[in-house]
Structures are given as structure tokens and as C-alpha cells.
Design a protein around this ligand. Structure first.
Ligand SMILES: NC(=O)c1ccc[n+]([C@@H]2O[C@H](COP(=O)([O-])OP(=O)(O)OC[C@H]3O[C@@H](n4cnc5c(N)ncnc54)[C@H](O)[C@@H]3O)[C@@H](O)[C@H]2O)c1
Length: 142
């Protein structure tokens, strides 16, 4: 099973990709390089220079690499910039995520791991096992 890791040239994505590589789990990196750094991506991993906004390119890479799940870590979250350029941030994050889901749907992919931020003013929620908002991340090889 091959995973597509979006935002793989970023702080978290690069580490997730490295962990997958070390665990022997096949993974493909995708990043627009709007942030991050291409050098963070392990040399051995296939790298796709694309934005999640490029639905066609995402679909193509899913087919080329027989991807069966996505770890979505692409995010435009730069302090100051993302506040000043709210529409740009919305496009990269909101529209980008929607188009990624569209590309996954087209390819019949149902597995996604998403790391988001707690919403401002969302209050404090104690998540316990069984809580409707709790989530479990399970990465299986098969
Ligand atoms: N760093 C943290 O402490 C932390 C904590 C909680 C949640 N998160 C979330 O995890 C995600 C990744 O955070 P990070 O710290 O690794 O950020 P980062 O800025 O280091 O990496 C994000 C990567 O996403 C890429 N990117 C942005 N928009 C893209 C798009 N539309 N298509 C393709 N690539 C795109 C950037 O080029 C960059 O390489 C974000 O959603 C962030 O909100 C981060």
C-alpha cells in the first residue's frame, strides 16, 4: 500500500515521510513548495512538485504510484502572512483540501489522515476514547 503525503517538504510532512521510509512503508511526496524545503524530502522518495489545487496532477500521481491512502499535511499556516492574505490561505487550505478529496473520490480512495489545528474559540474539549470528536490514526500495511 502506497501513501501520498501532501506537504511532504514541510516540518511535519518531511518527518512523517522519513518515518514511513524507515518503516518500509511506500510513500510518495507531494508539495507545492510555497513553504517547506525540497531538501527536507528524503532523496529515495518520489517527489511530485504540485499543489493540491492541481486536481489533475494529484489524480495522475495517485494513478502513477498506485496510491491507496493520503496523509494530508499541506497547509499554508505562516503567521502574519496567512492573516494578511486570508483569501490566499483559504484557497491553499480550504479549496486545496476540497480538490484533494475530489481527486481521491475520483480514484476511489477512502483512506485519509488529516492533521489540523484546533479552531480559535472552539473551547476546550476533553477527548476520551469513544468521544464523537476523538480520532484514531491507524496505519496498516495491507
Ligand atoms: N507544526 C506544528 O506544530 C503543527 C501543530 C498542529 C497542526 N499542524 C498542522 O500540520 C500541517 C503541517 O504543518 P507544518 O508545521 O509541517 O507546516 P509547514 O509550513 O512546515 O509545511 C507545510 C507544507 O505544505 C506545503 N503546502 C502548502 N499549501 C500547499 C498546497 N495547497 N499544496 C501542496 N503543498 C502545499 C508547503 O509548501 C509546506 O512545505 C498544517 O496543516 C498545520 O496546521 C502543525
Amino acid at each position: 500500500m502506497t501513501w501520498l503525503i501532501t506537504g511532504a517538504a514541510g516540518y511535519i510532512g518531511a518527518r512523517v515521510l522519513e518515518a514511513f521510509t524507515m518503516a518500509g512503508i511506500p510513500a510518495v511526496a507531494l508539495d507545492s513548495l510555497v513553504g517547506g524545503d525540497r531538501d527536507f524530502v528524503p532523496v529515495a522518495a518520489p517527489f511530485i512538485h504540485a499543489s493540491t489545487l492541481h486536481c489533475g496532477k494529484v489524480t495522475q500521481s495517485q494513478e502513477d504510484h498506485r496510491v491507496s491512502g493520503v496523509v494530508h499535511l499541506a497547509g499554508y499556516k505562516y503567521a502574519g502572512k496567512s492573516v494578511k492574505e486570508r483569501l490566499v490561505a483559504y484557497e491553499y487550505n480550504g479549496t486545496g483540501a476540497a480538490l484533494l478529496l475530489k481527486a481521491m473520490d475520483r480514484a476511489g480512495l477512502r483512506r485519509i489522515v488529516f492533521v489540523g489545528r484546533r479552531l480559535r474559540n472552539a473551547g476546550r474539549v476533553n477527548l476520551h476514547r469513544g468521544h464523537p470528536h476523538s480520532s484514531r490514526i491507524a496505519i496498516r500495511r495491507n
